[in-house]
Design a protein around this ligand. Sequence first.
Ligand code: SF4
Length: 437
Amino acid sequence: MAWSSSDPAQLGRGERIDGPETASIRGKVDPSTHRDEAGFPECPTAWRPQPSARGEGAKAGPPTVGACYVAPVPDPVTIAERIRRWPEHGVQGPLTLELYPTLRCNLDCRFCDTTERHRPGLPELSAQRQLELLEEAAELGVQRLFLLGGGEPLAARALTPALMARAKALGMEGILTTNGTLMGPELREQLVSTGWDEVHFSVDGPTAAIHDGLRGQPGCFRRVVTKICRLRALRDKRGAQLPRIALHFVLTRTNFHTLEDMVRLGHTLGAFRIDFDALIAYQPEQLALALQPHEQAQVPALARRAMALAERLGIATTLEHFLDPRNLHRGSDQGALVVETPAPAHGADDMLSQLRRAPCLKAWHYIVVQADGRTSPCCVLAGQGESVEQRSLVDVWRSGDFLEEIRAAMLAGTPPPRCSECSANILAHERVVRGLV
Ligand code: SF4
């Protein structure tokens, strides 16, 4: 299927930001000559990392602390409070629903194997069933909707905006993760006018050569940067605080040396946060992108410099996890990421004690529903649990075999083998929650 954006970027040419840390985006562009289709100043899309800016004022120092992102709702304290009710009050609902509206994607990212690019398409839940899921989620007490992965959520052109509108009507916090290329003016308007909370844009390099090389399509970098700028311009024009803008970055051998420049780009684009994550590599195409030992050895120092810059610029990151080389491997045979199991407390073996030493508590507070209806407690295990096509979300959450298996395995301190693919970012969050239970 040939995909094309309904909002083809009318891209300005030759604009450039020369001092990303200090320049305002629009300050470098003549608004009288650069307008987008909504009448906002066109964004500079030829951003270049500036050698002169490298390291200026940013001293390599101790790792930043406090870079760990805590979303406003539900925060770890709220999550822990709800988990603590399980032993006495029975099953409690999840706080977050992560929903993949579609498994289709308009790009061909070299490191991705969650879309349909490596397998035949799957039948997807109807729009009506996906909207019903939000009602069932609200019934369970879900407070946050994540719309992302599997495929590109905005490839479901009518469904994703409808899900977003319904989630907001239900009073949920909303987070959308997108490659950005299909974001048009109507969605931008909806994001700002409904107070959508966050948009996370996938950006895997600070230059077109790197980003487009990984995303499998020329012009992606220009388009995503333009879309971010347009969203920010509309939000700021309305005097709104939302949506907050974040970037997502996957570490590969083609971009590991760009961490500082990614922080500069994030600052230029107004990102409040950048999530840096390691690559899951087991397909040949992914293994070709995996860092070699001499490259891995450089990552902690690069991360430390980027952390210092991010701290100075006030951007939250997850770079602290790149200081430990074990976190650079997700499911590879080069040494597995450690899913820690705390030591048992003396004598206590009631459910609360077991929860307090479970390696991961996702299955008690989080549910993923893939576009084909299959469920799981997290994105890593996506597609493995019972479907909500015929069963209600409430029923699957309360008694789905797969979720029950994961809960039993975690209480026994024996996470399933695929947990070695988990993200250090997720595990860090789970550690915080566990410490509060
Ligand atoms: S993959 Fe990670 S988040 Fe998922 S169940 Fe395992 S440890 Fe938890």
